[in-house]
Design a protein around this ligand. Sequence first.
Ligand code: ADQ
Length: 462
Amino acid sequence: MARLVIVSNRVGLPEEGGRRAGGLVVALRDALKDRGGLWVGWSGETVEGEPGPPRSLRRGRVTYVTLDLAREAYEAYYVGFANGTLWPLFHYRLGLITFRRHDLEGYRAVNEAFARTIADLLRPDDLVWVHDYHFLALAAALRRLGVTNRLGFFLHIPFPAAEVLRALPGHDRLLREMADYDLVGLQTESDVRSFAEGLVRLAGGEPIGTDRFRCAERTVAVGAFPVGIDTEGFARLAAQSANGPEARRLAESLAGRALVLGVDRLDYSKGLPGRLQAVAELLERWPQWRRRITYLQIAPVSRGELRQYRALRSELDALAGRTNARFADVDWTPVRWVTRNVPRPVLAGYLRLARVGFVTPLRDGMNLVAKEYVAAQDPEDPGVLVLSRLAGAAEELESALLVDPLDVEGLAEALDRALAMPLDERRARWAASMEVLRANTAARWRTRFLEALEATRPAVAG
Ligand code: ADQ
């Protein structure tokens, strides 16, 4: 079996074992353990001046290789182009984009630096699997160095429609660079359609059959590989943790009230303001829920170095404060707003306690919290998932209560319906969702992707 080389911005280092590592990190680490190989990424460290050589750490058959970034490179590549340009663009938030040529150049330079490190470490038949929007241009940089290995890419976030992508200066070149991968995997069929449309309309690509394209002298295969979770493992974890001290503490504090739970990174793609407004709307229009529900939102700050994220934080603090000021009583506050990180096992227990999983992103590649919520439920008495139609997960979880995330009244109606839903309907919806999650796990996802990558024809130098 060919050795595997995984490249992602952050590396799932072995010391992030049980408590911090998400299901995805575990799935990738398992793939590496099966085949042996390397996991290459940024160390998370920035340095003044030129960074030193890559560091490596070996654990059994897996070697973790990390690179530091010069502070300026980090500002341009990570803060600037990846998170200031690509993230909002790919989430359809044109108004939030910042674009500077300098950032794009920095992004390419970091992709090139990674390519040099990887090229030095590669063996001729290694399979290379690159992750996410930080490395759209990595295959092109590797090809320039003469690398002919099979190169696969998976995008965790949505791929925008061609008309939206067109707003990005240099989009045609970036698309052609993506065509230097042998396989481009996306989360949903809708992302596949967008990417295909981009290749053909904006980069001169030509379809070959249904799932391959000829573009800039290369052939690229394209497919939907919706990310899954470790469904049974998460279900077991949730059942165990629901009896643990943290979950019990939460349960006792609820004093019999129904828990509406949201869990997200604090990000403007997640639709958090709409959620807070919907809870206020629910309590206004259906006063019978006053004192009978608690909305707990767990949302640790991420990317605090970006202005848009700081502004979001202030907006949410104000909204939560306003709803509590309007409805709270001496012994009840409707909104609990927690910005601390919660360890995974504890989170699993909380998800199991929640009568409603409230997941309303304005756009999301997949949204694993939606899947984790379903897997965490007690089969005898499951809660209800309220899920945005604009999350990739909605293509699979059709039996959730699907909502339009901008429609605050609609969100409030869905909360009312979820809170009042009879047990037999809750069970039927849960069982249908669970069947999907059992069929498409994280392990299945990585196997499908790697099989598809191995099935692409050997790359040709150039
Ligand atoms: P994210 O935007 O980070 O991921 P999501 O899929 O919801 O979004 O979460 C990833 C993981 O982080 C989940 O396992 C979740 O449990 C955990 N997590 C989230 N908030 C947490 C919190 N407050 N405390 C502890 N853990 C938390 C990107 C894309 C998604 C895509 C994933 C995977 O944006 O659309 O689903 O990658 O491909």
